[in-house]
Design a protein around this ligand. Structure first.
Ligand code: SF4
Length: 481
């Protein structure tokens, strides 16, 4: 393992989501505002963080590995003076963990310096990369975010709006971007609307953008609205300007996994409260897969609203069955071998008073590789649970995500390799049931406009299903309609 690589303890959640913020706030400490915005998005990325600030002439950047609170201090924030800022917090698998990939990326262009922070993944980045290399553009990483900034650097047009628009037409896939120039922040969302991005009015004047509305609320924003697919919103001077740069794709593809796991429950996604949708997912699951039991417990924290919904619908009392150490999920300190063998016990302690001699329904939001389910069930058995019924508030994950979420390969996805009953047996549960795809979409409240590809295999954009394949396969179907 590389020095500097975080240790992912007992983690069975999708990775590679990122959080971005953009700020225009004259007469305010924009770096500090970006810091607190990123702080509210820490759940979207815990490996590296960075802030770039523009003062009308230059851009200054600081980024490093670690949590937002570890990367920044009064000393390295001090030079970040200006009116405009962007920030990024990054997740990654251990292997690709390095400062090299930390964002924002920054380059000099003939129109002045620019910095870019990106959430998402371009599915055609390999082709775009080749085009750049053939034009003699040097690249330092395999990151699609570097492809984005180098294409922006060479884009044609007399304004940044025109230049951004000209390259948006070539990008296929997920991109929620904040782009910093000397004197503006450009907030850009792909025409499919894969990943979230919102803007709001700051209380002291100016505007902010962030991956999730919870970060804008933290900054005291009002009049928060989601950036529409295909829009470029410019934060500069006193006004916010909105430009529908390219038409929204007829098949919208908002990531349904934002409801299942990624977003904070106090965020709004695609016009709906994440917390409320998660409760609906739990209710629907109780309707589809009822069970006789004494107590419903969540895997903290993302499954809490689902467990509340399951409890309300089923009438089975809700309680806390695990206490989670929220700060140990990723650490740069190498655990000893003995501690590493503790696995999930380093992160979760069961509460025997809740589960002893009881029939327990345990609610989780998803099972990805399946490496934590068995150990959690063992902890419950050791704490005296009489029966353990596992209920999952999403369908089995059968396909990888190519739009910026690291769920692993087909081979790594447990539901791709094993049947539901085989997963149950391997985990040691008395029963296991997932929410159906139809049930999930009914809880979300719509069957159209969402990407469900990791569950359904219906990718909204053409994807390269096997990395070793040289060419893109045609898209299998449209969206989940
Ligand atoms: S494949 Fe899954 S995780 Fe990826 S964008 Fe679609 S719904 Fe979201």
């Amino acid at each position: 393992m590389k020095e500097n690589s975080p240790v992912f303890l007992d983690d069975d959640q999708p990775h590679d989501e990122c959080g971005v913020v953009g700020i225009f706030a004259p007469n305010e400490n924009v770096a500090s505002m970006a810091f607190f915005g990123l702080f509210a998005l820490q759940h979207r990325g815990q490996e590296a963080a960075g802030i770039a600030v523009a003062n009308g002439f230059t851009i200054r950047l600081h980024k490093d590995m670690g949590l937002v609170s570890q990367v920044f201090n009064a000393g390295n924030m001090e030079p970040l003076q200006g009116h405009y800022a962007i920030g990024h917090t990054r997740y990654s698998t251990t292997g690709s963990s390095s400062l090299h990939n930390a964002q924002p990326f920054m380059v000099e262009t003939q129109h002045g310096p620019i910095a870019v922070a990106h959430n998402g993944n371009l599915v055609n980045s390999a082709v775009l990369r080749q085009e750049l290399l053939q034009r003699g553009v040097g690249l330092t990483s395999t990151s699609d975010s570097e492809v984005i900034i180098m294409m922006l650097a060479g884009a044609r047009g007399s304004t940044w709006n025109e230049r951004i628009r000209s390259v948006m037409k070539k990008w296929v896939g997920a991109y929620s971007l904040v782009i910093l120039t000397r004197d503006g922040v450009y907030v850009v969302r792909d025409p499919w609307g894969f990943r979230p991005l919102s803007v709001g009015l700051l209380p002291g004047g100016g505007h902010a953008a962030a991956s999730e509305s919870c970060a804008l609320q933290t900054l005291g924003c009002v009049a928060i609205r989601e950036v529409k697919p295909g829009e470029i919103i410019t934060l500069s001077k006193s006004a916010l300007t909105v430009h529908q740069a390219i038409p929204p794709n007829p098949r919208q593809a908002a990531c349904v996994f934002e409801f299942v796991y990624f977003s904070r429950p106090d965020s709004t996604w695609n016009g709906k409260s994440v917390h409320e949708v998660r409760q609906h997912l739990g209710r629907q699951l109780a309707i589809e897969s009822p069970v006789e039991a004494d107590v419903v417990i969540p895997i903290p924290d993302s499954a809490i609203p689902g467990a509340i919904g399951f409890s309300e619908q089923s009438g089975i009392p809700y309680n806390i069955g695990f206490v989670k150490n929220r700060y140990i999920g990723r650490t740069f300190i190498q655990p000893t071998e003995t501690l590493r063998q503790q696995g999930v016990a380093l992160k979760f302690n069961p509460l025997p008073a809740t589960v002893r001699d009881r029939r327990v329904v345990i609610i989780d939001d998803s099972i990805v590789r399946g490496n934590t389910t068995g150990p959690l069930i063992r902890l419950l058995r050791e704490a005296g649970a009489a029966e353990i019924h596992m209920r999952i508030t999403s369908p089995p994950i059968l396909h990888p995500c190519f739009m910026g979420v690291d769920m692993g390969t087909y081979e790594e996805l447990i539901a791709h390799r094993l049947s539901v009953d085989e997963i149950r047996e391997q985990a040691g549960a008395d029963s296991l049931a997932y929410l159906s795809l139809e049930g999930m979409m009914s809880a979300v409240g719509s069957t159209n406009g969402y990407c469900t590809a990791c569950f359904s295999g219906k990718y909204p954009v053409p994807v390269q299903r096997q990395l070793e394949k040289a060419s893109f396969e045609p898209q299998e179907n449209g969206n989940n309609d």
